[in-house]
Design a protein around this ligand. Sequence first.
Ligand SMILES: Cc1cc2nc3c(=O)[nH]c(=O)nc-3n(C[C@H](O)[C@H](O)[C@H](O)COP(=O)(O)OP(=O)(O)OC[C@H]3O[C@@H](n4cnc5c(N)ncnc54)[C@H](O)[C@@H]3O)c2cc1C
Length: 527
Amino acid sequence: MAELRLGLPSAFSRARPCSKDLASAFPREQQLGRKRVSGSVRASALLELVPAHVSKKDLNYELLRFDVVKRKAVDLVVVGAGPAGLAVAHKVAEAGVNVCVVDPAPQSVWPNNYGVWVDEFEDLDLLDCLDYTWASAVVYLDDAKEKTLERPYGRVNRTRLKSKMLEACIANGVQFHKAKVKDVDHNPSKSFVTCEDGTLIEAAVVLDATGHSRRLVKYDEPFNPGYQIAYGIVAEVDSHPFDVNKMLFMDWRDSHLHGNKELMEANSKLPTFLYAMPFSANHIFLEETSLVARPGVPMDVIQKRMELRLKHLGIHVRSIEEDEKCVIPMGGVLPVIPQRVLGIGGTAGMVHPSTGYMVARTLAAAPTLAESVLQRLGGSASTHIPSRPQNPPNVESSAPAQEDEALSFENGSGPTGDELAAGVWASLWPLERQQQRAFFCFGMEVLLKLDLAGTRRFFDAFFDLQPHHWQGFLSSRLYFMELIGFGLSLFKHATNYARAEIIAIGTVPLARLILDMTQMKPPKGSS
Ligand SMILES: Cc1cc2nc3c(=O)[nH]c(=O)nc-3n(C[C@H](O)[C@H](O)[C@H](O)COP(=O)(O)OP(=O)(O)OC[C@H]3O[C@@H](n4cnc5c(N)ncnc54)[C@H](O)[C@@H]3O)c2cc1C
């Protein structure tokens, strides 16, 4: 039985990607003449069950508001109250530093259904933030072959995780401002964050944690990711065929498409799989997923395939509690390193380029970033001194700036401005992390080129690897030399056909990887 640790979340919010996300996911789709046929999709029996309106659930906390009249300067402005932003905010504030989080909906429950490997959350001491766990996971490669992954998996209780982070923020005096950030300007030692409501916040450091909207960090090359596209539902069903003791990590079977030559061929070229978390015999999260494609597989295609799959599996959906349209940019260039605005999470290239996972990696990186900021700001050791907020270059003040009492950074003799930011970026993206990411991007380039048969061969070899290798790859725990060992081992486990295939499609990306490696240097600001 799936173990119910904390009970079901009391309410669900419905995920709706912002239109900008979707638009950016399908830029070339339009050029290629593909269309999103929302009309026909809406008419489908499955989508008819999606509630027309589900009110977004807000957590009920008394947040300390940023005082827009006094406009006191702060040490750190965190833009975005997602997992990445809040994880850093409370860690930095714990050391007695002034932090302000800006988000249009800081109390909203996060919309995405997060799944993680249990050991990742155990390492983070966050086991209490999983509401379901499964002792193992299963992968169906085709109708004849399945693999059991002996690694416990969990569903994140996002209400609990966000509550825990908000409580830590409140306890440590983090201020909140409910708004969207429009822009940021800098002078040599300070930054000035302008919000869409006209509020101006002065800070020593600004962190962009706006997720995949990448609001403030800058890129000097075109962002060229692959896209993971998925459609997921939390549903009440009459029954389902899955073992409730195992989560379904990947189901690559395509028998549901046998009756439709066109869909079958399309799926052979650009395959999708089912990911499922069976909570009980009648309650389940089901998600049809395109692992990675460039451009992304259109959402309506994913939904159509899911509908046919569920019908084939005999899953009759009684009701849908929530649905999520998932668009995750994967890989692509890193932001400029270093740059004045700091970045973490989706905004800063932390999504695993071969899997689309990110939560555990980001939560593990947050203390590193926090520590690095604190080292430079002086942390709790500083005696706060008065600061005089000044107008930024080219920004008109809407209200007179008032004298402020507390800025840790003005007290110390440590670095400020660009120098401070360079040191923090270097701690977040040291050479070995950049090399690791380059290898994962190479993995993504290979996956992008595999059809269904090739994908099956790839995962057949991948999940035959030693747990150290496949688990380490999925959880970003392998560094460069180990990744070479991983690659050689994968090659050894592959069939002759799969080896020839990997050589054929992997040679050019491998040459690019080697070239990238030779040009990589420790980032500026590394100690
Ligand atoms: C549907 C979906 C499912 C996913 N499932 C998983 C999973 O199972 N496991 C996993 O590891 N990863 C998963 N991911 C990938 C990744 O972990 C998530 O995208 C994660 O939410 C990223 O966290 P974040 O804090 O970087 O950004 P977000 O969670 O996107 O948070 C960004 C915050 O910034 C705010 N914001 C945006 N713009 C502004 C602005 N201009 N001013 C102020 N605030 C702003 C937003 O309101 C939001 O609160 C999933 C992603 C999606 C989209």
